[in-house]
Design a protein around this ligand. Structure first.
Ligand code: HEC
Length: 142
């Protein structure tokens, strides 16, 4: 029980951090970006979402020391060719993604999402764990 309460407090704290960074980021985002956003949510957010404890976000926070946003979906400097290079080749402990995991068409959609103007991207991608905590706080899986 104590563990559960602690976990809940931690998750609420992390949600607070994400909310504090939201700024103009709210709503679902542009309809044409939804497929790319879904690719990001599935394959990238577990390491790159706006949560300072994640492997990718932490590594990029250390790399740029705040001169660029640590969360990938807050970046406006990335070019499609750069994103594609990292996705297909990997870096450090980020493994390369094969076309059987992320097809070329999906990679194009992912690139469209990560290079769109921030105000078109909608709210930050939620981590599954945060969604689960929110559901249990709301009284179960409804
Ligand atoms: C297993 C965790 C993990 C996953 C999953 C992951 N990454 Fe990464 N990614 C990292 C880490 C760690 C780094 C930073 C390596 C370093 O220290 O330079 C990184 C770096 C990057 C960079 C380089 C950014 C820069 O400025 O140096 C890009 C671009 C990138 N990832 C894109 C993606 C995309 C797109 C996805 C989803 C398709 C993804 N990553 C999935 C862990 C991950």
């Amino acid at each position: 029980m104590r563990y559960f309460v602690t976990a809940l407090g931690l998750a609420a704290g992390l949600a607070g951090i994400a909310a504090a960074q939201d700024g103009s980021r709210s709503g679902p985002g542009a309809p044409e970006l939804q497929e790319g956003k879904a690719v990001y949510a599935h394959w990238c957010a577990p390491c790159h979402a706006a949560d300072p404890g994640l492997a990718g976000t932490l590594a990029l926070q250390n790399k740029y020391e705040g001169s660029l946003p640590a969360a990938l979906e807050d970046r406006t400097d990335l070019q499609p060719a750069v994103i594609s290079y990292f996705v297909r080749n990997g870096v450090a402990w980020m493994a390369p993604f094969r076309p059987t995991e992320i097809s070329d068409a999906e990679l194009e959609q992912l690139n469209a999402y990560l290079t769109a103007p921030l105000e078109q991207r909608g709210a930050h991608t939620q981590l599954l764990a945060q969604e689960m905590v929110r559901k249990s706080a709301a009284g179960g899986d409804q």
